[in-house]
Design a protein around this ligand. Structure first.
Ligand code: ADP
Ligand code: NI
Length: 218
């Protein structure tokens, strides 16, 4: 059984590597690998949930993302299609699909997460959006989208639709206030909250320094 699970993980890893390739908006293979590692690390501390489901969902969590697919429909069909090629109980396949569907942030809309596995994978994904890696990803995403580093004439959006979240006028610095600084409060597990501390401090000191330099005070 263990051996079979290892083979399934291996096959999933190959599939995801191949699908994501050199994606440049922050959803590349290395992001997936970090989320998998964060998730398994959290599981080791929490000692709750099925590590196989956690690892599978972490590997597949961005495969449906609209940004990586020609249409939302094509993306949404992918987990189903891939999971139909592996031998696993329907109960497990459905759990994995349900985690993937429920964890995306998408402009602030929240889906109530029911299982500990879903909570752990979402925490792992959110940890990768904050801290030093989160800073790097925000500017990589901004560069790819052609959005400014910062623009003092744009106001911070408190509430936004999915359309505004994706296409509204913003800057990468605004993204910290609209999303990244809020993520710490949304974490579920004790271990992820602990891990978020240093990452939160890193973003706060980065922003403080950024505005010092922006305002010519250094
Ligand atoms: P999610 O998995 O929550 O849907 P996204 O696909 O929205 O994440 O974002 C992927 C990465 O790009 C994250 O690190 C996120 O912080 C960053 N990002 C998303 N939108 C913006 C934006 N408007 N400006 C800067 N960075 C962004
Ligand atoms: Ni992700």
């Amino acid at each position: 059984m263990q051996k079979l699970k290892e083979l399934i993980i291996e096959k999933t890893e190959k599939y995801v590597r191949n699908e994501l390739g050199a994606e440049a908006t922050g959803h590349d293979w290395f992001h997936i690998e970090r989320v998998r590692n964060n998730a398994l690390h959290i599981w080791q501390h929490e000692k709750s949930g099925d590590p196989f489901i956690i690892e599978m969902a972490a590997l597949l969590h961005d495969i449906s993302d609209e940004k990586l697919n020609k249409s939302a429909e094509i993306g949404e069909a992918k987990p189903e299609k891939f999971l139909s090629t592996i031998s696993l109980m329907d109960k497990d396949k459905n759990h994995i699909k349900q985690i993937i569907q429920s964890i995306s942030f998408k402009g602030g809309r929240k889906t109530e997460l029911v299982t500990v596995e879903a909570k752990i994978v979402q925490d792992a994904d959110r940890l990768d959006a904050i801290g030093a890696i989160g800073i790097a990803r925000a500017f990589a995403y901004g560069g790819k989208k052609g959005q400014p580093i910062y623009d003092p004439n744009i106001s911070v959006r408190e509430e936004m639709s999915l359309e505004e979240y994706r296409n509204g006028k913003s800057s990468s610095i605004h993204h910290f206030y609209e999303k990244l600084l809020k993520l710490k409060e949304l974490l579920h597990t004790a271990r992820a909250k602990e891990m978020a501390e240093i990452r939160q401090n890193m973003m706060e000191s980065f922003l403080a320094q950024f505005f010092q330099e922006w305002n010519g005070k250094v």
